[in-house]
Design a protein. Structure first.
Length: 310
């Protein structure tokens, strides 16, 4: 019989509830304990957690959610402690100092931070080897990626156990070898966002037109193959080297001309106006439904390719 995992989630924002939905909908049994300092946490969870259901075929049992009144109660029997609290270093340092006192010695301690490295969060801990950043791509109940970003002190055992946990649940954990601001996925996304702002600010395209360009070209392409694989294929038999031999001059010219807008440079008002005019309030339910279907198709096609030996 498979042992039921005790998973403690600290924080009930979008990321915390999304993780709760993922753990509860997974066929492997678990008890989810939630801790949050908001006074209406019970009503809040009951109201908002069901919104993260995948649909009628993937319901989860909210009866498997326990609300803890203290941090000690939340973590004292946990196999995994996963925090998705405010992006505030002082809060996180104090949190992990307390969690370490009460959580079992072999419990996995994960932070879902989008930018605060484990080496800073663990400064007040006695055993700094225990903490690991596990950064999801939003929303984590749908998106497969988990960036595992250890500090130089994080133990190899913690990394390996975390990798195994997510792989067993059909997720894609990637071990990031070095702490870096924004980790990897956000750095890539923000680089594209910066050039997008530059092109709109220069009057080359509108906000809506730029989104259409991405959605009808590199968006679907990168869902199938990342930048290296895509351009390796684009080089024909000579691969990535051939690609750079063919159009390396154009690539370098674009790199030389890349935009460098910064916050406060004056582009904000016009870009924000266009985004609001084009999209109003984005229907994230539609976004998530289409994304889920896209990922299902990709999974089906990859499995078919493997079965055909391609």
């Amino acid at each position: 019989m498979v042992e039921e995992l005790n998973i403690t989630l600290i924080g009930t924002g979008t990321i915390g509830l999304s993780f709760a939905a993922f753990h509860l909908s997974n066929p492997q049994p678990c008890l989810v304990t939630v801790y949050d300092t908001r006074p209406d946490v019970s009503a809040y969870v009951q109201k908002h957690l069901p919104k993260f259901s995948a649909g009628p075929h993937e319901q989860f049992d909210t009866m498997n959610v326990k609300l803890a009144s203290t941090l000690q109660e939340a973590v004292e029997n946990a196999h995994i402690v996963q925090e998705s609290g405010p992006e505030d270093l002082k809060i996180k340092k104090e949190l992990w100092k307390t969690v370490e006192q009460f959580a079992p010695k072999d419990a996995l301690l994960w932070s879902s931070t989008s930018g605060i490295p484990a080496s800073q969060q663990s400064e007040s801990m006695q055993d700094k080897t225990r903490l690991l950043v596990v950064h999801p791509y939003n929303p984590p109940h749908i998106m497969p990626l988990l960036e595992l970003v250890p500090s130089p002190q994080t133990s190899e055992s913690v990394i390996k156990r975390t990798e195994a946990f997510w792989r067993d649940r059909s997720r894609v954990p990637i071990h990031i070898k070095k702490e870096m601001t924004g980790f990897v996925a956000n750095r890539l996304a923000f680089a594209l966002l910066r050039e997008s702002i530059h092109l709109v600010n220069e009057g080359v395209v509108s906000v809506a037109e730029l989104d259409s360009i991405v959605e009808s070209s590199m968006g679907p392409r990168w869902a199938v193959a990342g930048p290296f694989k895509s351009y390796h294929a684009g080089g024909g038999p000579a691969g990535l080297e051939g690609f750079f031999k063919n159009i390396g001059g154009t690539v370098q010219a674009c790199w030389d001309d890349i935009g460098t807008p910064n916050l406060g440079d004056g582009w904000e008002e016009e870009v924000f106006r266009q985004a609001k005019e084009a999209y109003g309030t984005v229907n994230v339910g539609e976004r998530d439904r289409i994304t889920r279907r896209l990922l299902e198709v990709l999974k089906e096609e990859k499995e078919n390719s493997r079965n055909r030996g391609l």
